[in-house]
Every structure is written in C-alpha cells, then in structure tokens.
Design a protein around this ligand. Structure first.
Ligand code: M6R
Length: 613
C-alpha cells in the first residue's frame, strides 16, 4: 500500500528518490520521507504529500549516492511526521522503509522492550528494524544476514529496503507478498514498488520473487537468495513501459487523461485477439485451458472494488452466452469462508494492479484446494500474473488515478471476449450471432470516442446541478446494474458524496424511501431487453420528485419525456452497453469532484493498490 524507492550507485540519490516518490504517490500520500547516506544516515520525513517533503528539505543536506524514499498509506500509527518512514534502529546505524504489515509486531516489540529497546513510533516497521539491530548486535552479523534472519521471525506481508551506516555501499531489499522491482543500471541499482520510478533510467529489471532477499552494492554487485537461505539467480526482464505513459499529457488530472484514453486502450486490449473479418477471438492464456474452462463445474471470479464490478458483468455475460455457472466473490470474504472448492472449479482473479492482498490470498487458497487459477490483470509481471496457472493481460497501460476507469473498461473488454470465445467453443452461440457481435465489438472504440465528445459538455452541465447533493442513487438493470455500482463507487471515492448503486427493481424494497427533490437518481437505461420496466422505475422515482439523469440509447423518446436530463449513448448491441454507459458516469464523477474542489487523483484515505488486508 505504500510506495518504496531506493538507489545505490554513483549518481546523486535525492533527485531520483523525489521523482520516484512522486510517481509512487498514488500508492499512499499520508506522509513521505527519505534517508540519504552521507557519512551519516540523514533522515527527512514529513506528514502529507511529497511536495511537503521537498519543501522541508530545501535547506537540508541532501547529498549522497545511496538512499531510499517512502510514501505512506498509514496502517499502524496515525499519519504524522513521527510515524512516517524511514525508521531508524535504536543505535541510529540502520534505516528501513517498509510496505506491508508485520502482523506479530506486538509480541516482537514486547520481547525487544525486555531487551532494553526503546521505541519512538507506533509503527510495526520500527519493530522490524530494532529486531534486525538486535540480531546484528547479538551475533555480530552482516546487515544482509541480520535482515534475513529477522524476516524468518516475522509474520505478515512486507517489501523492505534496509541501509546500514557501518556498511555504506550496500542496500538490502526483500519482499514477501508486497511487490518490489530492481532496475539494473551501469554499476547502479534502482529499487521500487513498481517500475514507474525506474523506467527513465533503465529497461532491465528483476522482479523480486516472493520471499527473496537481494543485496545490491555501489560496485554493481547483485546477490540474491531466499529468506530461507537458498542462493538464487536473478532473472532479468525487459520493461515494456514508456515514460509518456506516466505523464499527464496536457490533462489536469490522470483520471481525465485515462478516461479519454479508453478508445485506444480498449482497441489495444482487442488487438491481435479479435478478428471480425475472419470471425475469431484468440486469447493466448485461455486457449491452453479452454477445454477445462468450458467443462468447469463453476467459474468463480474473485476481486475487489471496481474489479469486482467487472466480475459481475462477466457473470451476466458468461451465463447468458456460454451457459457456464458463474459466481462472483469479494476476495476478502471468499478467502476466509472455507468455500467448497475442487479441481473442477476455475477461480479467476480480476485485478488492475495484480497486487491486491485479498485477491492474492483468495487465489493462494484456491490453488491449495486444487482449482485452476486464472488472472485478468493490467500490471505486467505483477504478483497475481505470476501466481496464476494462466491468464490474460488487459493491456490498458499504467493507470495512475486512484479511481479506476480505463482498467474497468479494459477488464470488461477482456471478459466480453472471454464470454464470446467460451460460447463459441461450447456451441451455445449461433455462428451468425457470433460473427455479428464480433463485427459490432470492433466498432466500440470508435463509438466511445464519439461519446466522449458528445457527452462532455453535458456532463459538466449536469455536474454543476448536482454537485452540492449529499447523496446520490445509481440504478440499473441486468448488465447495467454493475455499471450502476461502478458509477456510485466513482462518485463516492473522488467527491465524497454518499452514493449507492442498486438494481433498479430493488429500489421499491427500501431505497425509494430516500427519494425526494434533493436526491439525484442516475439511471443507466440502455438495455432494450428491459426497456419498459426501466421506464416504470424512472416514473416511480419521478412520482417521488427525484431528480433523474438517464443514460439512454441514441434517439430514445419515452424516457426523454420524464427525466430531468438525458445523456445519449451511441446505439450498440446490448452486450457492449456497459463499455458505453460507464463513460458518462466517469465524467460526471470527475466534474462533480472538480466543482467540489477535491483532489481527483489522490482522494483522501485511499491508495491505488491495496497490498494490506
Ligand atoms: O488493483 P485491483 O483492481 O485489485 O484493485 C481493486 C480495488 O482496490 C480498486 O478497484 C478500487 O476499488 C478502486 N479505487 C476503484 O476505483
């Protein structure tokens, strides 16, 4: 959940660390800090954003060729200067940054207090660095050996970087469950939670595997072993990431840029995988296991947040077209429920980051119980991508705004291809329908492009009308019910307006009591299969003076008469409507958040990837 960056080599470390922290700020922004070695280990840390830290260090000694930086999403201890990372050992010789949670920190802390250790912070991380210090002192160990031994004693998730004043040309990095990437330069190394701080310096990287510990020196030495002390050979990979993908490209916020990228990212997700002309869909990861998947007893999707909403869309599509039994589970519930699972089940994880702790744990459990595991992931080389038996990338490119947009449509694109491919393979979809749907699928990116242009001003206008609301209700039926959930999530996470998504027909079983003239009700009403019913639902809202914003198909006439505002989406097959109806919902949330003065890319209390439980 936090962001880690470190450097060892011959360059000045400070600019690399600050720039890296800015790239990683999406992972948490409760506080930021750096440690630089220059005769001493100098630590500077500040509550709040990296910009605060930068300002704070203006008059400080920031020279040093070895250093590390951290941007925090608080778990143990409130977000303040003291609890900010890096943390020092008791003798101030060692410094650590940490992403994750040390679950057994309390007994470890008690034992260390009994040994005479005094703690300055409320964090679990400080306990770990004191433990390393204690082991180092007790047996006169090197920093790497003391760190390795300490890690055998901790329970939990971690990605850590450790520096030792007594061994100043060296950095020790280790991980379990939380990600860490090492960039290899010319006699220098860059270490980070993801590749974004590294890409402008080198494209040669090593993704640290689970429970590995690396020692990196300023003379270009790289040694690797497991925490259980087995020597490993680093496997170097080439990064496929461009620096422009990490910039805002003229937009005020990454979220807006990412919304506008969707015609391209959806087309990228289809490229080489779908041909309407030749009537095929080929998903590399799927082909090998397609037989097993079509014969599976159940497909169980596990995910969190927006990715869970994509899973719900998959449920509608796969059941409808491929006639395979689908269940969609919150990963956090599934992992603790002892579900009945066996080798006839297929567990499919959906995750933008590929690092979400609950989704990872759910997959691990599924593997143990013998299920086939499949990953639908955006971040290449991420933990979920590596853990699963097979999988498909969505190819949406780096998503930096905390609110997921292009990853959602990338996931839905991939899942729609999956549903059609499975249906074709099983023979549950007539060939002529399959060909017709593929032809329309290829038109979707152009239709989104058109929609982005046609609805932008309208979304701004409507945003202005409803930005002062305290609550909002999102309604949808069928495929558009998960879209309603996604619309509500977008609004609450970036504008802090309380919003709920509901199946439109469920409204009369409770939420209708909330409706009055102050309640905006956003209805995704594009499904022609339940058109009459959705009209009735809208009338029920209007009868209670609700303020209705309806997303309707182009040229629609009935809803237009009743709703306060309508946003038209280009005509398409019903199966593809979630890819279109979600666009105005994303833009509405964005403009409402702007009007309310919120930081769209870094909403309060949130972080982009949730690598803790
Ligand atoms: O990286 P993941 O897709 O696994 O993340 C899951 C959720 O944390 C994520 O979708 C979250 O809900 C977003 N902030 C939604 O915009």
């Amino acid at each position: 959940m936090c962001g880690i960056v470190a450097y060892v080599g011959n360059k000045q470390a400070y600019p690399i660390l600050i720039k890296g922290l800015k790239r990683l700020e999406y992972r948490g922004y409760d506080s930021a800090g750096i440690a630089l070695f220059n005769d001493e280990i100098n630590i500077y840390k500040k509550k709040g954003k990296v910009a605060n830290l930068e300002e704070y260090t203006e008059d400080k000694n920031i020279s040093g060729h070895i250093g590390m930086g951290h941007t925090r999403w608080a778990t143990h201890g409130k977000p303040d200067d003291t609890n900010a990372h890096p943390h020092k050992s008791g003798n101030s010789d060692l410094a650590i940054i940490h992403n994750g949670i040390i679950e057994n920190y309390a007994p470890l802390k008690e034992a260390l207090i009994n040994e005479g250790h005094v703690f300055e912070t409320e964090t679990d991380t400080e306990v770990l660095i004191h433990l390393i210090e204690e082991l180092q002192k007790r047996d006169n160990l090197s920093i790497e050996e003391a760190t390795r031994l300490a890690l055998t004693k901790v329970i939990g998730a971690f990605a850590i970087v450790v520096m030792d004043k007594k061994d100043p040309g060296k950095i020790v990095a280790a991980r379990k469950a939380s990600p860490l990437v090492i960039g290899i330069g010319d006699g220098e190394f860059y270490i980070a939670s993801d590749a974004t701080p590294i890409v402008e310096y080198t494209n040669q990287v090593v993704y640290l595997k689970n429970e590995e510990i690396a020692v990196l020196t300023n003379t270009g030495e790289f040694s690797l072993k497991t925490i259980s002390n087995i020597k490993q050979t680093p496997s170097i990979q080439e990064l496929d990431l461009k620096i422009e993908e990490l910039e805002k490209g003229g937009y005020d916020y990454f979220m807006l840029k990412e919304i506008h990228e969707q015609p391209k990212t959806i087309a990228d997700g289809m490229r080489g995988r779908l041909s309407a002309e030749e009537s095929w869909i080929r998903l590399g990861g799927l082909e090998e296991f397609e037989n097993r998947i079509t014969k599976a007893k159940r497909l169980i999707f596990v995910a969190c947040g927006t990715s869970w909403h994509s899973g719900m869309i998959a449920e509608y599509l796969i059941e409808e077209y491929a006639r395979i039994n689908v269940e969609v589970e919150y990963a956090s519930e599934f992992r603790y429920r002892n579900p009945v699972l066996d080798e006839k089940d297929v567990v499919i994880a959906i995750s933008q980051s590929g690092e979400t702790a609950d989704t990872l744990a759910a997959l691990e459990m599924a593997k143990e119980k013998g299920a086939l595991t499949y990953g639908i992931v955006n971040v290449v080389g991420s933990s979920i991508a590596r853990l699963t038996d097979a999988g498909s990338y969505i190819h949406a490119g780096p998503e930096i705004g905390v609110a997921s947009t292009k990853a959602f449509t990338g996931q839905v694109t991939l899942l729609t291809m999956m549903a059609l491919s499975l249906a074709h393979k099983k023979g549950t979809l007539p060939k002529s329908d399959y060909s017709r749907l593929l032809a329309e699928f290829e038109n979707v990116p152009v239709k989104i492009e058109k929609l982005l242009k046609s609805c932008d001003e309208q979304c701004k206008f409507i945003a202005d009308k409803i930005a002062s609301a305290s609550n909002a209700l999102y309604l949808g039926r069928g495929l558009n019910f998960p879209v309603a959930l996604e619309g509500a999530l977008k609004l609450k996470e970036i504008s802090y307006i309380h919003a709920e998504g509901y199946p439109a027909a469920e409204m009369k079983h409770g939420p209708i009591a909330l409706i009055d003239e102050n309640m905006p009700v956003i209805v995704t009403a594009s499904n022609m299969s339940s058109y009459e019913k959705i009209i009735s639902n809208i009338q029920e809202v209007k009868a209670r003076k609700g303020y209705v914003i309806a997303i309707v198909p182009e040229g629609e006439k009935e809803i237009k008469k009743t709703a306060d505002h309508i946003i038209e989406i280009p005509e398409t097959e019903e199966i593809f409507t979630p890819l279109l109806t979600v666009i105005p919902l994303q833009l509405l949330s964005y403009y409402i958040a702007i009007i309310r003065g919120c930081n769209v890319d870094q909403p309060r209390n949130l972080a982009k990837s949730v690598t803790v439980e």
